[in-house]
Write a protein that binds this ligand. Sequence first.
Ligand SMILES: [Zn+2]
Length: 83
Amino acid sequence: MRQPTFICHSCGKRLEYATGERPCEVLSRWLTVSQWKGLGAVEHYNFCSFTCLKRWADTHVPQVPEAFLKAFEEGKGGKNAYL
Ligand SMILES: [Zn+2]
C-alpha cells in the first residue's frame, strides 16, 4: 500500500498528492536522488529544493574529502610535504 505523500528527506516538508495525479507532475521542481544499494536495490530520496539536497548531502559526505583536499594542498608545494 503506497502512501500518497512525498517527504523531503532534509527538512521534512510533506507533499501530498491525490491518487491519480502523476508523481512527475506533483514533484515538479523537487529533486530525487537514487542510491544503488546492491543488486536490484535502489533507494530514493526526495528533496524540495537544492538547498535541502545540499544540506542532506553535506551531512552524508564522509570526512574523507576534507582530509583529502588538505593533503592535496600540502602536497601542492606550500609546505615541503614530500621533500
Ligand atoms: Zn526540504
